[in-house]
Write a protein that binds this ligand. Structure first.
Ligand code: COA
Length: 193
């Protein structure tokens, strides 16, 4: 079967990441990597799954929050440094609303040894370009915990603007209600290169 592989290079350093579909073994690998308490606080959901819980894991990474998001087939990619190797994270389009031409986006570098090295931003950038240029979706929304400053910075640096703070709109696994930032990028605003 043909495997779609999207590539993004950071010109200055030559670093590359690839987005590609994942088989079951690769998803199980991500499930193992996700068992990290730090991720629970950054993403706001319980990231601890049994290896066989691939369906539940896919549901968790595909869940959406923004008012325009709709039930639809999510587009899930593994983030790879080498498409023949195991993924280090995932990137997803979820809650796609064809009528309004909107989607929600999510990305995570689950392998902690590869965080803060530029890979997340590169993968995110590639998925944004794919969404605008190949899927012709016009609005990309991201719902980010207000406390997750890294992700908010990353979105801002890629041209997202804060559309709204959704106060106490997200329930953490410990039942605490916390604030979400609704970040948004449109195809007619600054294009990422
Ligand atoms: C958020 C995440 C995807 C970023 O990917 P990454 O590979 O770790 O980060 P990168 O090295 O690509 O850096 C991306 C941006 O994060 C921000 N960032 C990274 N390290 C930072 C730090 N120490 N302090 C502040 N901001 C930081 C910066 O804005 C950076 O962009 P810049 O280089 O233009 O300034 C990744 O850290 C992650 O998976 N975190 C947990 C899950 C998560 O929060 N997902 C986001 C939900 S939308």
């Amino acid at each position: 079967m043909d495997r779609k592989i999207l590539e993004q290079e950071h010109k200055a350093t030559g670093i590359k990441v690839f987005l590609a579909s994942m088989d079951d073994i690769h998803i199980k690998h991500l499930i193992k990597l996700a068992r990290d308490p730090i991720l629970v606080n950054l993403m706001g959901w319980n990231t601890f799954f049994e290896s066989d819980d691939t369906e539940q894991f896919i549901q968790a990474i595909s869940s959406y929050t923004l008012p325009y998001s709709r039930k639809s087939q999510p587009l899930i990619f593994g983030v790879y440094l080498n498409p023949e190797d195991f993924p280090i994270g995932y990137a997803v389009l979820k809650g796609i609303n064809i009528d309004l031409s909107t989607t929600e986006i999510g990305v995570a570098i689950l392998d902690k040894k590869y965080r803060n090295k530029g890979y997340g931003k590169l993968g995110f950038k590639r998925l944004i370009n794919y969404t605008f240029n190949q899927l012709h979706i016009q609005t990309i929304g991201a719902a980010v915990l207000l406390s997750n400053k890294f992700s908010i910075n990353m979105c801002r640096n890629l041209g997202f603007v804060e559309r709204e703070i959704m106060y106490k709109s997200w329930e953490m696994p410990n039942k605490e209600l916390v604030d979400l930032a609704w970040m948004e990028l449109t195809s007619i605003s600054k294009q990422v290169t």
